[in-house]
Design a protein around this ligand. Structure first.
Ligand code: URA
Length: 223
């Protein structure tokens, strides 16, 4: 009985249903196997708490859990939204920004990776409204650029020009609309923005809207 209650609580925490529903599911024999081989209705069980997911975010989805419009959470199985501990994105991308977005239900990596003290590099590919002028890389690398409405200068960031109106920008901070505001400070305007890398992680061949679980090695590499 105690085991049934414990398992029901665990399954409810994964979002499969209420504890009561899970007790009924266990009694009905819908759970088979044990440990990592456990299955629900013949399907492998969702990952245990402590997972990190990597998504290729499409444009037009917001990272909020409760905004109007389309939410990045809609791209995950609905059950994931009912998990306890709750799943949330590690930082945010603007609705118009595409690219690499992480999610976790684990407070430790969440706080560590979004902390202002985190020095993990994020790499963005920007398409600009106007041709680059040549002064931008020095400005961004200076450690002296102060964004409008702020008084603390940005930490140095690395700019690689990849075309007349395209550039790759690598930075360690995550201030509000940072990349768009940096190019605005340089007299330009970001037309399209894509996050290509987060620390050692890249999107690989993951299509827009798709996601996958990080492996143990990938999680360790974020530390
Ligand atoms: N900087 C921005 O301006 N937008 C993003 O989505 C991410 C970084």
């Amino acid at each position: 009985m105690k085991e049934t209650r414990q398992l029901a609580r665990y399954l409810a925490g994964l979002g499969y249903g209420s504890r009561k529903e899970m007790e009924a599911a266990i009694r009905a024999g819908r759970i088979t196997g044990e440990g990592e081989a456990m299955r629900f209705d013949g399907e492998p069980l969702d990952p245990p708490p402590g997972m990190i997911l990597l998504m290729h975010k499409p444009a037009g989805f917001t990272c909020s859990r409760a905004d109007q419009g389309r939410l990045v959470y809609e791209l995950l199985p609905p059950r994931f939204l009912k998990r306890d501990p709750a799943l949330s994105s590690i930082g945010r991308l603007d609705a118009d920004t595409t690219g690499l977005l992480l999610f976790t239900d684990d407070g430790k990596p969440l706080h560590k990776l979004i902390s202002p003290k985190s020095s993990i590099e994020k790499t963005y590919e920007a398409t600009l409204a106007r041709p680059l002028e040549g002064h931008e890389a020095d400005l961004f690398a200076s450690g002296e650029l102060v964004l409008r409405g702020e008084d603390k200068p940005l930490l140095p960031a690395r700019l690689e020009v990849t075309g007349e109106r395209t550039a790759r920008l690598t930075l360690t901070e995550g201030r509000y609309h940072q990349v768009r505001r940096m190019f605005a400070a340089a007299g330009n305007h970001v037309e399209a923005l894509h996050r290509a890398a987060f620390g050692p992680l890249t999107l690989g061949d993951l299509s827009q809207g798709d996601w996958r679980l990080l492996s143990q090695d990938e999680v360790a590499a974020l530390d």
